[in-house]
Design a protein around this ligand. Structure first.
Ligand code: UDP
Length: 239
């Protein structure tokens, strides 16, 4: 087998929700994302794992803010990611792209448990691995989980797909400040020192310590996902 790039894509749950309707998961959005992934994999020498978030369904901090037990609220968030993972799996398989959902919280009737060597084996066999339930621990996010899995499976790049119309990392929020400029490339130290919003700080420091480069790009722009997967330098590279 020739050289295949191994990539982890982090997608927020909210990217699967619809701005057009109030659906929690918009089937047409999931279908488009799945289509871009399937096309890219059919053409490019790639191994792809997707870490899917759950913010469209539940965020641990929401419940904790309302007085809920934090760990319980985070468990609810993790379960939300499983719902999204199954939606993405379904859409990918309807594009004839084989997949495996691997959950960090065991639910054997629904999906396989996450086992590192098994994840790698699936990737080698050309299956898209969908990581669900983050890393299985409360107090963490799926951003940090994506960073952890990227290091574990020795991915060469972590793709962080944004969704609010911001196509990379800017000097300020471009939706509020018209003078904001986009960085083509940043160091991890820059991100921390300038307090730039890329991923949460735990994820950033993890990627820094373990040398996992991050490409931040707008996953909602049609064709962007394929571009990012094909190695085009869109968005902002943090390394
Ligand atoms: N979560 C968790 N541990 C993990 C990953 C996720 O407790 O390892 C919970 C946490 O409550 C989080 C929720 O799952 O708020 C949904 O994940 P996240 O907020 O990262 O989703 P996204 O913002 O990417 O949609």
């Amino acid at each position: 087998m020739g050289e295949r790039r191994r990539i982890v894509l982090k997608m927020s749950g909210e990217a699967l929700a619809s701005s057009a309707s109030d659906e929690t998961i918009d089937a047409s959005v999931v279908e488009r994302v799945a289509g871009e992934i399937a096309e890219a994999l059919a053409e490019l020498p790639l191994e792809l794992a997707v870490m899917i978030g759950g913010g469209n369904i539940w965020r641990g901090s929401t419940g904790a803010g309302a007085g809920m037990d934090r760990a319980t609220s985070d468990s609810m968030g993790m379960l939300g990611t499983v719902i999204n993972a199954l939606a993405l799996q379904d859409a990918l398989e309807r594009k004839d792209q084989p997949t495996r959902v691997l959950t960090a919280v065991h639910m054997a009737e629904v999906a396989e448990p996450y086992i590192r060597r098994r994840a790698i084996r699936h990737l080698e066999k050309g299956r898209v691995v969908i990581f669900a339930a983050g890393m299985g621990n409360p107090y963490f996010t799926t951003d940090t989980s994506a960073a952890l899995r990227a290091a574990e499976i020795e991915a060469e790049l972590l793709l962080k797909g944004t969704h609010g119309g911001v196509d990379g990392v800017y000097s300020a929020d471009p939706r509020l400040d018209p003078s904001a400029t986009r960085f083509d490339e940043l160091s991890f130290m820059d991100v921390v020192a300038k307090d730039l919003r890329v991923m949460d700080l735990t994820a950033i420091t993890f990627c820094k310590d373990n040398r996992v480069p991050i490409l931040v790009f707008d996953v909602m722009g049609p064709g962007n996902l394929r571009r990012a997967l094909s190695g085009e330098r869109i968005g902002t590279l943090v390394r």
